[in-house]
Design a protein around this ligand. Structure first.
Ligand code: PGA
Length: 321
């Protein structure tokens, strides 16, 4: 028989957070413990293992190489324990657990419907949902605060796996009385110098808009940065400028939001939402069931039809103009 470890899961959970966050204070905040408790647990671990795990650095601490090794071992053990719990549940024919998932801002318009269908099939599973912009969702994946995310532009790090879920057309919107609304087709060059509203830095909508403008060589005048889709809609309706926004963030009839979809050549910007998870972690039972559920019942777009551009006038090649 291998030797019994002289440590507890509690100590390992604490060590994992201290190494990941590089700070006793932040680990204590995340774990809802006091700082002295976290320090004491690290101290006990050091004694039990006869190894130095944290060194003083500036006003804080730096985890040692031994601490990094221990964190990797702890993550393996947690994953193995999780598997054991899954197996135990399966043995008893029970499905319990928590689905920890986050969606980017626009998903707030429909993610609750997906979760409702899922919990109807899996009533023993509780849901923890966070809705935030792209960068915040990526941060939650990195910090392992969530297992699954619904987003448009997955990052390269951490390495992810995913399934495509649904199209996300980004349309150009303008106020109801905007002169562009009288044109059958608006050439892209009209964006040059036009007042444009952007979402905040960290937003996937903003990233996609900027990438498209770069690719088209267009240079609008950035009039304002706003922190939500709703704020963008209201500001466009008020005449502050035009903006790109997910079609799914608009009412079926956008006039109800006080805006109109501009038939600009080359739009909508076609993007897609993915359901993603970390490739380097084993998913819990609750998360695996959600992936299976979404694969078996791919979501239908909400009851809005993406704006199709008006027919091109003769001579329009569809190229950047
Ligand atoms: P965001 O979401 O603009 O709220 O970040 C956009 C997306 O990634 O779909």
């Amino acid at each position: 028989m291998t030797s019994m470890p002289r440590t507890t899961f509690h100590q390992l959970r604490t060590l994992e957070a201290v190494v990941r966050l590089g700070s006793i204070t932040r680990a204590a905040q995340e774990l809802h413990l006091t700082q002295p408790t976290v320090s004491a647990q690290i101290h006990e671990l050091q004694q039990a293992l006869d190894a130095v795990l944290v060194e003083p650095a500036g006003r804080g601490i730096r985890p040692t190489e031994a601490a990094q090794l221990l964190r990797a071992a702890a993550l393996d053990m947690f994953a193995r324990w999780q598997r054991f719990e899954d197996e135990l549940q399966a043995l008893h024919g029970l499905e319990r657990g928590v689905l920890r998932i986050a969606g980017v801002t626009t998903t707030e318009y429909f993610i609750a419907q997906w979760l409702h269908r899922y919990t109807t099939e899996h009533p023993g599973i509780d849901i923890e949902l966070a809705v935030d912009n792209r960068d915040a969702v990526v941060r939650r994946l990195r910090e392992e605060a969530i297992e699954l995310a619904v987003m448009m532009m997955p990052p390269e790090q951490p390495p992810l796996e995913g399934v495509p879920l649904m199209d996300n057309p980004l349309v150009l919107i303008a106020p109801l009385d905007h002169p562009w609304t009288r044109l059958a087709r608006v050439p892209r060059r009209m964006l040059d110098g036009a007042p444009l509203l952007l979402r905040e830095p960290g937003s996937g909508t903003r990233l996609a808009t900027e990438a498209w403008l770069r690719a088209q060589g267009r240079q609008p005048q950035i009039r304002a940065t706003l922190g939500s889709n709703e704020a963008i809609k209201h500001a466009v309706a008020a005449g502050l400028g035009v903006a790109f926004l997910s079609r799914h963030a608009l009412a079926d009839d956008p006039a109800r939001d006080g805006v109109v979809i501009v038939p600009m050549a080359g739009t909508p910007i076609q993007r897609q939402w993915m359901l993603v998870w970390r490739r380097d972690r084993r998913l819990s039972l609750a998360a695996r069931r959600f992936v299976e559920h979404m694969r078996a019942q791919p979501p239908q777009p909400p009851a809005t039809t993406p704006a199709s551009p008006a027919p091109a006038p003769p001579g329009d090649t569809g190229q950047a103009v």
